[in-house]
Write a protein that binds this ligand. Structure first.
Ligand code: SDX
Length: 464
């Protein structure tokens, strides 16, 4: 872990303003805990000494009321629908910058000057190729493998190739790892797609922007020159920016937790990819398209709205709701407009977009959704645009991972440079058995728990 920097210590010390008093009504004892104030957003109660002073834990499954760290990178105001990256509003960035400018901003705290931009883009371009032996990794997968399974495997394997960027105590090696990950993700993701098609792996081109390169890696074939459509490249650029970072979401928290054990950055990002894959998180864009396909016509929307609000039905309206946003996700707003631009440019009339707009209209006027403050999130429109860009549904979360890699590695870097970070080790409220005497197998009573596991495999004798 990096040497504690005075900045962090004084930052925490300066943040102390007032305190909270905690009283145990069972014993009448009281304790004072300092409150820390950030620059904007809710203040926090510093409970680092809670257990040592009181002997109690807090209970917060899902960490909805828990600040796991301090961070300067991204600020979200869920009630106001605000998203800032190092203070810049997401719609300003999405409409006016290149994705690599946002990468520079998230990593270094400032937007790049023209010189910084030239240097940074050239540095990223140095690392876009994949080691030939890593490219052979793909042939070990079934052609039908989900591309996210390939991403987890290949990104994790990067640590077997780049030993000059796995020493986490060396700032230079940390930065090399960050640049390699940002640079190689489009190549790794595109190769997963090409492999599924049985097409050859194209080489990245340093003549193109990051987004143009990504589109070319995905869709070019050796037999014809690939023409970049500027509207599609702009949409791709916006999608990457809108997915770049989002505070302490599940996958970023996974990367931080993995990094807290001093695991190498490639392993940490592979863990983040695994977490992002879940349909409750980054897998939602794929789930939205599957849901819209299942709803298929406007007259069936009400049936699914009813399912979504039925407490006994596990069905949730994919692309709606958010742990933090209790207002419109500002990213969904930008994506809705981009959706129309892309479909107009391509001259596509996609009935799925009509269906999505109607679903949004009905859901936003529905009492359940209004009462629970459920709005469309970033995943609601991204899938429709990605399909218009010709990506297959199972590649949607791969694109989310490509965009989010800079957020993961920026948080990992921030944690490595912070004096306050320690190995993440939450506790629990134990509800299991108290101590009981051991009984030998001869004296144990039979319970009617299923003992033939063949039912797991549909009745076959040996599971396959
Ligand atoms: C992303 O954290 C991030 O920042 C994530 C992300 C990022 O950029 O990293 O923004 C990306 O993951 C966006 C979310 C994508 N997921 C989906 O679209 C899947 C559908 N949405 C949900 O599963 C849900 O909304 C979550 C998982 C996103 C949030 O779940 P929470 O935290 O449990 O939601 P909540 O506490 O606000 O729910 C309040 C109530 C609950 O009902 P009660 O328990 O109070 O009775 O609303 C219900 C929920 O059951 N609810 C929904 C719903 N989402 C929440 N009911 C129906 N349909 C939904 N979509």
């Amino acid at each position: 872990m990096a040497k504690p920097s005075l900045k962090n210590e004084s930052k925490i010390a300066q943040a102390v303003r007032h305190s909270f008093t905690l009283t145990d009504n069972e014993t009448g004892q009281s304790w004072e805990f300092p409150t820390l104030h950030g620059t904007i957003g809710p203040k926090v109660i510093d409970t680092r000494k809670l257990y040592s002073q009181t002997g109690v834990f807090t209970y917060d499954p899902g960490f909805a009321s828990t600040a796991s760290c301090t961070s300067d990178i991204t600020y979200i105001d869920g009630d106001a629908g605000v998203l800032l990256h190092r203070g810049y509003a997401i719609d300003d960035l999405a409409k006016n910058t290149d994705y690599t400018d946002v990468c520079y901003l998230l990593l270094h705290g400032e937007l790049p000057s023209p010189e910084n931009k030239l240097e940074f883009d050239a540095e990223i371009n140095q690392h876009t190729m994949l080691h030939e032996q890593l490219a052979r990794f793909y042939s070990g997968f079934m052609r039908s493998a989900h591309p996210m399974a390939i991403m987890v495997g290949v990104v994790g394997a990067l640590s077997a190739f780049y030993h000059d960027s796995t020493d986490i105590t060396d700032p230079m090696q940390r930065m090399r790892a960050a640049h390699r990950l940002i640079a190689k993700m489009p190549t790794i993701g595109a190769y997963a797609y090409k492999y599924s098609l049985g097409q050859p792996f194209p080489q990245p081109s340093n003549k193109l922007t990051y987004s143009e390169n990504l589109l070319r890696l995905m869709f070019s074939v050796p037999t014809t020159d690939y023409e970049i459509n500027p509207v599609l490249a702009r949409a791709m650029n916006q999608i990457l920016i809108l997915h770049a970072d989002h505070e302490q979401n599940a996958s970023t928290s996974t990367v931080r937790l993995a990094g807290s054990s001093a695991a190498n950055p490639f392993a940490c990002v592979a863990a983040g990819i695994a977490s992002l894959w879940g349909p409750a998180h980054g897998g939602a864009n794929e789930a939205v398209l599957n849901m819209l396909t299942e709803i298929s016509t406007k007259d069936r929307i009400d049936k699914y709205i009813k399912k979504a609000q039925d407490p006994d039905d596990k069905f949730r309206l994919m692309g709606f709701g958010h742990r933090v946003y209790k207002n419109y996700d500002p990213r969904a707003e930008v994506l809705r407009n981009t959706c129309h631009e892309v479909l107009d440019e391509l001259g596509i009339h996609d009935p799925t977009l009509d269906l999505a707009m109607e679903l949004e209209r009905i859901a936003l006027s529905n009492d359940y959704f209004k009462e629970k403050r459920l709005y469309p999130n970033v995943d609601f429109y991204s899938g429709i645009i990605l399909r218009a860009l010709n990506f297959p549904t199972n590649m949607f979360t791969v694109l989310f991972a490509i965009g989010r890699t800079v957020g993961w590695i920026a948080h990992w870097k921030e944690m490595m440079e912070s004096s306050e970070s320690r190995i993440g080790r939450p506790r629990q409220l134990y509800t299991g058995s108290t101590k009981r005497e051991f009984t030998s197998v001869a004296n144990r009573e039979h319970t009617d728990r299923k003992i033939s596991w063949s039912w797991l495999w549909g009745g076959k004798k040996n599971g396959s």
